[in-house]
Unconditional design. Structure first.
Length: 365
């Protein structure tokens, strides 16, 4: 198949998160950015991908339009894995990680969508054999830094059927409030987003141990300090989760060799798309590490994660960013029912983005 067109569709969809207007990390955050990557073939088949774009939409859009599109239009991609590897090599001078890989991830997802649509199969069936039709969901809460709001949102999530909750806090008081709200045995995860030095992480983990965390996510900066993560996991006896900031399977190999994590979290919109995600999943199995995708997304990245998770022999919980969006590209599919997501069974990713939502929330045009 030959690529004849690559389009970017930047969206900004307002959301509410149940807390005060203050933003995350000192910046106001009121709209969720979604960068769709639309690829069309010479036969007229179209596929949609998603490139990570939270806080970096303009940069990623430029990378797709100025770096990726010019070298793929007119090219055949019958072997997607080989094709994307060649693209990585051609673009390596611009960096093997970050913005470049986000852009390639969006393209890769679109190509797999096309490949499955061409043979009229759902993506999971093109890739393998599904292990389940429903994927358990966990509520991934906004960062509130206020114990009362944390407790309230935890109670709301449980009432909606979630069986796990992830916090994005850094202080004991919020974690304690969550534990009190949900009870002693309810599983709580804590994502700190790389705030501490190695020494600080050991001190904080010792304090956090009392809350019985299901996992502690990205406690150390820089996130690629796998040796430090391994030491923290061994000494704290708290399972470590990481991987949303790792691009390509090579980074995960280093992570696993260091025995840095119990839970690996590749992000399909960042790691290099479906191609690299599948490599990571294979390495997880070989290393005895549990795959838990990073997936706070509401576009094609969300759908791709459902298909990939359905193939895994062990349950993969699907991260649902616990926000209320003003509009959805996929209607009610972004909402779990009884604590789980249904697996789409249409061709490709299974669903097409709502053109009315695209028209209403497209930016920069």
């Amino acid at each position: 198949m030959k690529i004849v067109e690559v389009d970017t569709i930047p969206l900004a969809i307002p959301f509410t998160h149940g807390g005060r207007p203050a933003g995350w990390g000192g910046q106001a955050w009121t709209s969720l950015s979604i960068l769709l990557v639309k690829v069309t073939t010479e036969t007229g088949v179209t596929g949609y991908g998603e490139a990570f774009s939270y806080g970096c939409l303009r940069a990623v859009q430029a990378a797709v339009e100025d770096m990726v599109a010019p070298i793929v239009i007119g090219q055949e991609f019958d072997d997607i894995g080989a094709f994307v590897t060649q693209l990585q090599q051609k673009l390596h001078l611009f960096g093997r990680y970050g913005i470049t890989m986000f852009a390639l991830s969006g393209l890769d997802i679109a190509l797999w969508d096309i490949a499955a649509r061409t043979v009229e199969l759902p993506l999971w069936q093109l890739l393998g054999r599904k292990q389940r039709n429903r994927l358990p969901a966990y509520a991934s809460l906004y960062r509130y830094a206020e114990p009362e709001i944390v407790a309230k949102r935890c109670s709301q999530a449980i009432a909606q059927g979630y069986g796990w909750i992830k916090l994005h806090e850094t202080e004991d008081r919020e974690v304690a409030a969550a534990r009190q709200a949900v009870g002693e045995d309810f599983p709580i995860m804590l994502d700190t987003n790389c705030p501490w030095t190695e020494a600080e992480a050991h001190e904080r983990a010792a304090s956090l141990r009392q809350y019985g965390l299901y996992w502690l996510e990205e406690p150390i900066f820089p996130p690629e300090n796998f040796k430090a993560l391994a030491t923290l996991q061994a000494t704290s006896n708290i399972p470590i989760a990481a991987g949303e900031n790792a691009c390509t399977a090579f980074e995960f190999e280093k992570m696993f060799e260091a025995k840095a994590v119990r839970y690996a979290q590749p992000s399909v919109t960042k790691v290099g798309g479906i191609t690299e995600f599948r490599k990571v999943a294979s390495r997880c199995s070989a290393a005895g590490v549990h795959l838990m995708p990073h997936s706070p997304y509401f576009g094609p990245g969300f759908l791709a994660t459902l298909h990939l998770a359905a193939l895994e022999p062990k349950d993969c919980m699907i991260e649902r960013f616990y926000l209320s969006l003003e509009a959805s590209l996929y209607g009610d599919w972004i909402e779990p029912t009884q604590g789980a997501f249904d697996l789409p069974d249409g061709p490709g990713l299974g669903l097409l983005p709502d053109p009315d939502v695209i028209r209403e929330y497209r930016v920069g045009t």
